[in-house]
Design a binder for this molecule. Structure first.
Ligand code: ADP
Ligand code: MG
Length: 359
């Protein structure tokens, strides 16, 4: 029977705040006891995408939701960029499984604040991303919201079954590698937030964003590293584990090590940071390494390889070896520039934790 109680949500008397668990604690709570019932579900929750058996190939499926005021601020996010990013952040999860993206579904909830022209602008970005990555938009859902805009994208992709790469495959002595560079998206966000505050205190002052194209692009128009999946194939390289970096290096290293039941030694001096990210961080009185470790949304790939594959990544312009995998008992550690060793803690985006409220 369905009961109404004064129109209020019925809840048990022992009420626990979601903020006490945080995003990852909540996901663990609702998923950890789930038992897969179908043979063709090769992997359910717990990785960047679910994996479904499709004969010789596997299909991967992933979904991510962007909520106005939580994940983006329309004061400085052009709708076209938002549409582009809503697609690419999902394609990044497909790439993290070593798969090539193929289709997306896009669902939107809109308040009456949004015009037809605004929605068209959003879809210009969505279509641009589809074109760039060679994927088809194949469906979605459209509904209204009481405030703001919510965009939910589901992405699918394909990979030969034996080439699926999970978060859980890292082995002791493997090398920990990362694509591209880190911290840029976070510095782009800091810059946009600073200029928003300046504008709000004096609307006559125009934003001063000159010379910061790189970090702004990293924040507003991130790419998915599908090119890296192709490069791995060209190099004859199958990583032992991979995850995409959406929440900051620290958080993703911890996820990868927890899933693989290993530890790791990560070297601060090896973390790739673009000079423009580093100099902007310094001008904000921020430590560039902290931006790379704790800032989110870089959408690079963090992966591990067997030592025997070292020659394939050594001197490769897209890849940097930043550490190695150890026994679980050794923990997940950062070796700082001064050679002191610190346990890695996740300070990445965890939208539901109290300390991060408002992000
Ligand atoms: P990512 O950062 O790679 O997008 P998330 O941290 O969002 O991954 O999610 C981690 C895992 O938990 C994923 O496998 C995801 O599918 C699963 N997950 C997240 N939220 C839910 C939910 N509400 N119900 C079921 N599974 C979920
Ligand atoms: Mg991911």
């Amino acid at each position: 029977m369905f009961h109404l109680s004064n129109g209020m949500l019925q809840e048990p008397t022992n009420r626990t705040e979601v903020s006490e668990l945080g995003e990852f604690g909540l996901i663990k709570l609702i998923t950890e006891n789930y038992k897969i019932r179908r043979d063709d579900t090769l992997c359910a929750m717990g990785d960047d995408a679910a994996v479904i058996d499709a004969g010789a190939r596997a299909q991967v499926v992933t979904t991510d939701m962007l909520v106005e005021g939580v994940h983006f601020d329309l004061m400085y996010t052009p709708l076209k960029h938002l549409g582009y990013k809503a697609v690419t952040c999902n394609l990044s999860d497909v790439a993290a499984m070593n798969a090539i993206p193929s289709q997306v579904l896009v669902s939107i909830a809109l308040s009456n604040r949004f015009s037809v022209e605004a929605v068209e602008e959003l879809y210009k970005g969505i279509y641009l991303a589809c074109e760039k990555y060679g994927v088809d938009l194949v469906g979605g859902d459209t509904t209204s919201s009481t405030s703001g805009i919510v965009i939910s994208v589901t992405a699918m992709g394909w990979v030969d079954k034996e080439n699926v790469v999970y978060r859980s495959g890292a082995k002791v002595n493997d090398l920990l590698c990362v694509s591209g560079d880190l911290g840029g998206a976070y510095m782009g966000l800091q810059l946009l937030e600073r200029e928003k505050n300046v504008f709000q205190s004096n609307p006559n002052i125009q934003p001063d964003l000159a010379g910061n194209d790189y970090v702004l692009e990293r924040q507003l128009k991130p790419e998915a590293r599908v090119d890296v999946v192709r490069k791995w194939a060209d190099l004859g390289l199958k990583p032992s584990a991979a995850i995409d970096i959406s929440d900051g290096l620290s958080s993703e290293v911890l996820h990868l090590c927890t899933s693989s039941n290993v530890g790791c030694q990560l070297y601060e001096e090896k973390i790739p940071i673009d000079p423009s990210t580093a100099s902007l961080a310094t001008s904000f009185n921020l430590d560039p390494s902290v931006c790379a470790l704790s800032g989110g949304e870089d959408y690079e790939l963090l992966f591990t390889i067997a030592q025997a594959d070292f020659d394939k990544v050594r001197n490769h312009p897209d890849f940097t070896v930043i550490g190695h995998i150890t026994d679980a008992g050794d923990g997940v550690n950062l070796v700082a520039r001064d050679e002191t060793v610190h346990p890695v803690t996740a300070q990445g985006w965890d939208a539901l934790l109290k300390k991060d409220q408002g992000e």
